[in-house]
Write a protein that binds this ligand. Structure first.
Ligand code: 1HN
Length: 342
């Protein structure tokens, strides 16, 4: 708290008794969000080295081999932005990470390699590059790699939000790999048909019942829409949707993919809420609160709440960004706002 140290006898009395005058903290009521998190980029050249060295430096035991991205503005807090944490996780051929579940919800975006899996509540979900895999709140999950590839993905979780709400719960499974109870990629064969959903299932979960959003379908949609106007701020920007409700995939985390055409420069805007993006393809430059970040494949960038953000494609091919955001929370609570630069 940046309160002036007023220490007359009255102030002494209240401070000693765990009270503070509103006049002492008035500066906290800022005209707009002033997050402590800063815009930041983790280059793939760095992540790749960390990934490589991690393979020998740390085994996969009960904990996963996930390197968390801590925001330099947040003094070692368990967070990449105020509400989200991102990590880069590596699984070598033959490895298994013990089954567990937690109240924070998670997504995986596959950065490199094919054929590892996350088993979610008894359904093995096979990962391929560019896929989005969901692990909603409190769903048992274990990761395994029966392929010959080293598989690397970005984890995205709502850990800082869940922690702020004092709502973290965690449980380790007695078994490393609980028995599969559903067909491989079963949720995709049931719910992965776009505008057609089965009528006989009775589950209506808050999270999308579809656990796998395949890259080939994502690319098909982006290509089909490539020549539309799109958003002046986000380009051809698509939201991954809840397979039954059409809303966000998770109650606390939204996921998007955006295509920025070669040569395209988008307009600057701020939104209430933070995001983290991972570059899937192409090259570009994002200016975030006046700080320029040059990005290319597999770079990861943190965008704090209310940061002025402007993307440009600086390469000769279409650029594609995958991102996670906390917008579902802002929308649900009536806190969402946006402001374009005049
Ligand atoms: C977690 O549980 C996973 O389940 C990955 O694989 C990354 C980062 C922070 C907190 C929990 C996982 C995580 C995580």
């Amino acid at each position: 708290m940046n309160a002036p140290a007023t220490e007359d006898s009255f102030h002494k009395l209240i401070h000693e008794n765990y009270m503070y005058g509103l006049w002492e903290i008035a500066s906290q009521m800022t005209p707009h969000p002033r997050p402590e998190a800063v815009p930041w980029q983790w280059k793939w050249s760095l992540l790749e080295r960390v990934v490589k060295e991690s393979c020998t430096a740390v085994p996969v035991g009960d904990e996963r081999r996930a390197m968390q991205l801590f925001n330099p503005g947040l003094n070692g807090q368990w967070a990449t932005t105020g509400t989200l944490i991102a990590a880069v996780q590596v699984l070598l051929p033959g490895e298994v990470a013990r089954a567990h579940r937690h109240s924070p919800a998670a997504i995986r975006f596959i950065m490199q390699g094919n054929g590892a899996y996350t088993a979610v509540e008894g359904e093995k979900v096979i990962m391929r590059e560019g896929d989005l895999v969901l692990t909603p709140s409190w769903q048992w999950h274990d990761h395994g790699n029966e392929s010959g590839d080293i598989v690397v993905w970005m984890d995205g979780l709502d850990v800082p939000l869940t922690k702020a709400l004092n709502a973290i719960f965690f449980e380790m499974n007695a078994e490393i790999r609980p028995r599969a109870t559903k067909p491989v990629n079963g949720s995709k064969s049931l719910y992965g048909h776009g505008h057609l959903a089965p009528t006989w299932t009775r589950e209506r979960p808050k999270f999308s019942p579809l656990m796998l959003y395949s890259w080939d379908q994502t690319m098909q949609a982006l290509h089909a829409l490539r020549d539309r106007d799109g958003s002046p701020y986000e380009g051809i920007s698509l939201e991954y949707t809840h397979a039954l409700s059409g809303g966000p995939v998770l109650p606390t985390i939204g996921c998007r993919v955006q295509l920025i055409r070669a040569g395209e420069k988008l307009k600057a805007r701020r939104v209430a809420g933070s995001s983290v993006f991972c570059v899937r393809q192409g090259r570009g430059r994002s200016v975030i609160e006046g700080k320029a970040f040059e990005w290319s494949r597999n770079d990861i960038v943190a965008v704090p709440s209310w940061a002025l953000l402007e993307h440009a494609n600086t390469g000769s091919e279409d650029a594609i960004l995958f991102s996670i955001n906390d917008r579902p929370v802002f929308e649900a609570l009536g806190l969402y706002r946006e402001e374009a630069l005049a």
